[in-house]
Design a protein around this ligand. Structure first.
Ligand code: FES
Ligand SMILES: [Fe+2]
Length: 342
């Protein structure tokens, strides 16, 4: 069962050209494209005529023309012309999904009800090009959505799975604090590391060498948005009392967790930083490094899924580091329960 009445990341803005993109989201096939005028449109990816994928059609101006027999649709999914006759059948429209672009990410509303603009996650760091620079990417994982939730809520795996890039021993050994906001379906996990080695991910970009103070403050907005607030600073220099923190480096590490099917999930990511703003070499370095980090997660989760399919029962032994992941599972279960009439 999918949690539909939420926003999910559907695509990278850079993936959208005049040629439609085919994507399966929450089990539904969607054709996403950019019109000649620049508007981003998402339509159900099935032509009402004979079911041909509209993603195989052609964008002509502000319209999408089916690649089989030419049924033509406007940006609202309304069929505006069919070949060989003047009258357009009244049932020839296709469903249009609301979409919103925020910087490199395009969000989609797959809910049955009206899209709720107030529920759209706020990601100003992806839009503010004055104070922040960002890079973004996407990977598809052949494992269920909840595997990715588990992965992201427990960053102690960085020490082992991402050793050499972002993992240092202290990520695994530093205790975490977990807070759950049941009313808002938010799980927060805090890990503040003091006087620890600076991993290459940050030493190569901030210029800091030797020991640093490193904070990882995770906010998981269930079900589809995850924000890791990373703070990297010289040791012993916390934020000032007035809240200013100009002597530290900050990175927002964002994930869009978008179920594709029951056993596949899209892992959208974006890194925004408030240092080396506008430095394209740092962009390239971070993009390459994060792509490699995400691939390590993808490989691990694919292996877990292969094992899960091979054995009838997977048993788990949870420990303290799992509290964030377990809290997220509980929040998601409660959200799913609330959909089911008692
Ligand atoms: S299937 Fe699209 S026009 Fe025939
Ligand atoms: Fe990871």
């Amino acid at each position: 069962m999918f949690l539909r009445e939420h926003w999910y990341v559907a695509a990278l803005a850079s993936e959208l050209e005049s040629r439609p993109l085919s994507r399966q989201i929450l089990g539904e096939h969607v054709a996403i494209y950019r019109t000649t005028g620049g508007e981003i449109v998402a339509l159900a990816d099935s032509c009402p005529h004979r079911g041909y994928p509209l993603s195989l059609g052609t964008v002509v101006g502000e319209q999408l023309v089916c690649g089989y027999h030419g049924f033509t649709f406007d940006c609202l999914g309304k069929c505006v012309s069919v070949p060989g006759q003047d009258r357009v059948p009244s049932r020839a429209d296709v469903r249009r999904f609301p979409v919103v672009q925020q910087g490199p990410w395009v969000w989609i509303w797959m809910g049955r009800g009206e899209a709720d603009p107030t529920a759209l996650p706020v990601t100003p760091w992806l839009v503010d090009t004055e104070g922040w620079s960002s890079v973004a990417g996407v990977a598809k994982i052949d494992a269920p959505f909840h595997f990715l939730v588990d992965n992201l809520l427990d960053l102690s795996h960085e020490t082992y799975l991402h050793n050499g890039s972002i993992g240092t021993p202290e990520v695994a050994t530093t205790p975490i604090e977990v807070e759950v906001d049941d009313a808002s379906n938010v799980v927060r996990v805090y890990r503040h590391m003091k006087s620890v080695d600076c991993p290459p991910f940050y030493s190569r970009t901030t210029g800091l060498v030797g020991k640093i103070d490193r904070w990882q403050d995770v906010e998981y907005f269930a079900p589809g948005f995850y924000l890791l607030n990373a703070r990297i600073a010289p040791i012993g220099e916390p934020p000032l009392e007035d809240g200013s923190d100009d002597h530290a480096f900050h990175m927002k590490i964002l994930y869009g967790l978008t179920p594709s099917t029951d056993d596949k999930v899209y892992d959208f990511w974006a890194l925004a930083r408030d240092f080396c703003v506008g430095d394209s070499e740092v962009d390239v370095f971070l993009e390459q490094m994060q792509t490699a980090v995400v691939q390590e997660d993808v490989d691990a989760l694919n292996i877990l899924q292969t094992r899960a399919e091979a054995v009838l029962e997977v048993s788990e032994v949870s420990i303290k580091i799992d509290r964030g992941g377990l809290a997220a599972r509980r929040v998601l279960a409660a959200m799913a329960d609330s959909l089911t009439p008692a």
